[in-house]
Design a protein around this ligand. Structure first.
Ligand code: OOG
Ligand code: MG
Length: 256
């Protein structure tokens, strides 16, 4: 088996068994291109289990996230149907290794996108905007990774909860307060401006990275713009919610 295939099946198994693994780059260096090839194969494993591709997520689009994780470049990962959880529902901690939660903004595409678009051009490709919570769960021990490691691990993608979708697609999202709450108390606060200056730019960046790495952007898909704040560990019995000014709040509960 090639390094790419064996890395992909190791990462897929780690996600299934919820047993974390050593960073791949501890044993072998690999390029970002190879990391995206591994990510594609990780997704192939999920699709072969009957799940569908439902969107993409951007990572490290804010200063806070880059600092927290010690990396300095944007990344893109893929979201599958099994990752989508209901707004207001519950999630079991046992589904994960060491989940962290992040407040995000999610765009819904009204068309397939095959070209690279700028922040103004992307606006005509969106049918809705929602507040969302992303649950990331690195398959690596202690959430420690290099950029290639995290890309291979599908950018730590594990789950997402999308709030009620607003059809006001002219929302400039200039400087909307974003807050992550645990049991009603704010634990992280930021602004939509913390996402590359404006989350529409994250959507534009998604069109560029999707094209570069052969990731489909289809009508109806979600595009997560990346966290505005640091991520926060989820624990049992917590109610976790995210507020984005001008959008409906989104929440879920964590149980055993
Ligand atoms: C990688 C995922 C980054 C974001 O919103 O910046 C990400 C990680 O931090 O484990 O989802
Ligand atoms: Mg995220």
């Amino acid at each position: 088996m090639s390094f790419i295939s064996s890395a992909a099946s190791t990462l897929h198994q780690a996600a299934l068994t919820r047993i974390s693994i050593d960073q791949l780059t501890l044993n072998q260096e690999f390029t970002l291109e190879e990391a995206y090839q591994i990510q594609h194969q990780v997704i192939e494993h999920r699709l072969s289990q009957g799940h569908q591709l439902i969107g993409v997520k951007m990572g490290f689009t804010s200063e806070a996230k880059m600092k927290q994780m010690g990396v300095s470049d944007m990344i893109i990962g893929m979201l599958t149907s099994d990752m989508l959880h209901t707004n207001g529902g519950t999630m079991s901690l046992s589904e994960f290794i060491h989940p962290r939660v992040e407040p995000e903004i999610c765009f819904i595409l009204n068309d397939d996108i095959n070209e690279v678009l700028d922040e103004n051009e992307v606006k005509s490709k969106v049918s809705g905007i929602a507040a969302a919570i992303e649950i990331i769960d690195s398959r690596y021990k202690n959430f420690k990774f290099s950029l290639s490691d995290v890309v291979a691990d599908n950018c730590s993608s594990a789950a997402l909860v999308v709030g009620i979708i607003s059809e006001d697609v002219n929302n400039p999202l200039n400087n909307n307060k974003i807050q992550l709450n645990i049991n009603g108390e704010a634990v992280e606060t930021g602004s939509s401006a913390d996402i590359l200056g404006n989350p529409w730019k994250a959507l534009a960046a998604a069109t560029r990275l999707a094209k570069q790495y052969n990731i489909p952007l289809k009508k109806g898909m979600y595009v997560m713009a990346g966290a505005a704040t640091s991520a926060y560990f989820a624990e049992i019995e917590q109610e976790i919610s995210a507020d984005v000014e001008g959008l409906e709040s989104v929440f879920f509960r964590v149980n055993h």
